[in-house]
Design a protein around this ligand. Structure first.
Ligand SMILES: [Zn+2]
Length: 105
């Protein structure tokens, strides 16, 4: 039995900077915990995530900041957050997918 080909959507590139300072991103990897199904396409996941960092711990005027990005591996919906506390995430970017909403059933 063969599966029908799912349409492939292009990955979005992550923001290269925030607040005028560059962000360095890790490679994409599978998210460690099972995420809920994708809000956009309904893909059950798990999604993929990447970590980002900016700043220089040795420079007083360039504080460290941490970022995290989550991407649906099916429709490529991508959300980017700045970590503002131990468990607080502030959304800084949201890339809507090119696929039709609810396209995966
Ligand atoms: Zn999706």
């Amino acid at each position: 039995m063969t599966m029908p080909d799912l349409p492939a959507y292009a990955e979005r590139s992550l923001p290269a900077e925030h607040g005028g300072r560059p962000i360095r991103w890790s490679e994409w990897g599978e998210a460690p915990k099972l995420s809920h199904a994708c809000d956009w396409c309904g893909d059950p996941g798990p999604c993929v995530m990447a970590g980002g960092r900016q700043g220089n711990p040795l420079a007083k005027d360039d504080p460290l900041r941490w970022f995290v990005a989550y991407r649906c591996s099916s429709c490529q919906e991508t959300r980017v957050y700045q970590q503002t506390g131990a468990a607080d995430l502030k959304p800084i970017a949201h890339f809507k997918p090119e696929s039709p909403k609810g396209g995966r059933t």
